[in-house]
Write a protein that binds this ligand. Structure first.
Ligand code: NAP
Ligand code: G4F
Length: 344
């Protein structure tokens, strides 16, 4: 029988790739959209035509109950969040509400629609499966390197704190109610569909603008930060694989290789035949109040148990993103989104 998936955050980077992947795998795919901005829904439809949309908001419990009740999904993927770390210091209240409490609201919607309570726990096999988009930001000021499923959390931003709440809440619903609820602890993953405020896309857009003579400089913050960067198209496959396991549990997903922002900049500029030193300006206002200095995954468990492997390397990813932005800005491909990230 056709499996039905419901995705929150379907208009975001991962939502579009996951929707594409699940459609390819034969799922009927539904997405929750907020309804404040129909251009985001239109962009999604342009990328993946075969999805059905339903209105809802992670701030609104009733809308989530209605969505789950109407769709009757086999699987729910909770990707919706305020996901830009610097914004979480400026808007910590709304970040906690959406990125943290939103997880609880989605789990409550599933619990209520499924008729599960403390005295009537879920029967395995007849239940809605739940995926939570947890983040390596929870490791924050890392206690060990590389980070695995057992590494303690030390979040460094309101976003990391909210994700840690969502992570523990998911675990708690699994343990309290017997629900099939899992968290993927995903390390940074990028693509040409990445929001223009995140550093990889900011760099690929900046390089493309400079190459095409549309700009002279690119303003950046901390070039010493190191991240484990992979390709979003690879990572959404791990989400589905996690949901197909007989026993629900959490997985770290990353490449196991980290690079600095400086290396990212060097690769991106040199791919376009440019020397970054003449163009990059360090802007102290872009340095964070509390930085996550390094993140590096230990993806052994995902490899062994899910058979998951990243396909696209960091270098290929940087080239793919620069090429996509060059094509977009020179009018050789249709725009993915508005290239305005200079001030983030
Ligand atoms: P993204 O591009 O920022 O997308 C975020 C999505 O959340 C958008 O679809 C947005 O919808 C939706 N959203 C925001 N507020 C909402 C609300 N109140 N109710 C319902 N939906 C709301 O993020 P992403 O990169 O695809 O990441 C997907 C998820 O994985 C996020 O939870 C993120 O925190 C997490 N994560 C990402 C990474 C990464 O490297 N990309 C790594 C680890 C974890 P609108 O279009 O309406 O704004
Ligand atoms: O691209 P970033 O903004 O991503 P960050 O903060 O690592 O968070 C992303 O990955 C998380 C997973 O670990 C997700 F959970 C989260 O939702 C998001 O998708 O910044 C990466 C690094 C940081 O250390 C930052 O300080 O790049 C550094 N950086 C240096 N200059 C910059 C800039 N980041 C941004 N956004 N803009 C700059 O100008």
């Amino acid at each position: 029988m056709t499996r039905r998936a419901l995705i929150s955050g379907i208009t975001g980077q991962d939502g579009t790739y996951l929707a594409e992947h699940l459609v390819e795998e034969g799922y009927e795919v539904w997405g929750i959209v907020r309804g404040h901005d129909d251009t985001r829904a239109a962009r999604l439809r342009h990328l993946v035509s075969d999805v059905r949309l339903i209105r809802g908001d992670l701030l609104d419990q009733t809308s989530l109950i209605s969505a789950v009740d109407q769709v009757q999904p086999d699987e729910v993927y909770n990707l919706g969040a305020i996901s830009f770390v610097p914004l979480s210091w400026q808007q910590s209240g709304i970040t906690s509400e959406v990125t943290g409490l939103g997880v609880m609201r989605m789990l409550e919607a599933i619990r209520i629609v499924s008729g599960i309570s403390a005295s009537r726990t879920a029967q395995l096999g007849s239940q809605i499966r739940f995926y939570q988009a947890s983040s390596s930001e929870m490791f924050g000021k890392v206690r060990e390197t590389p980070q695995n499923e057992q590494t303690p959390f030390h979040p460094r931003s309101p976003y990391g704190v909210a994700k840690s709440y969502g992570h523990y809440t998911t675990q708690n619903y699994r343990e309290s109610y017997g629900m099939y609820a899992v968290s993927g602890i995903l390390f940074n993953h990028e693509s040409p569909r990445r929001g223009p405020e995140f550093v990889t896309r900011k760099v690929s857009l900046g390089v493309a603008r400079i190459k095409l003579g549309l700009s002279e400089t690119l303003r950046l913050g901390n070039l010493d930060a190191r991240r484990d960067w992979g390709y979003a198209g690879d990572y959404v496959k791990a989400m589905r694989q996690m949901m197909a396991q007989p026993v629900p549990s959490d997985f770290v997903v990353g490449t196991g290789i980290m690079s600095s922002v400086r290396t990212l900049v060097e690769h991106a500029f040199s791919h376009a035949g440019l020397d970054w030193r003449g163009h990059v300006v360090i802007d102290p206002s872009l340095v964070r109040p509390a930085e996550v200095d390094l993140l590096c995954a230990d993806p052994k468990r995902a490899r062994a148990q899910l058979g998951w492997e990243p396909v696209v390397s960091f270098e290929e990813l940087v080239r793919m993103m620069v090429d996509a932005d060059l094509a977009q800005l020179s009018g050789r491909s249709s725009p993915i989104d508005s290239p305005v990230a200079e001030h983030f």
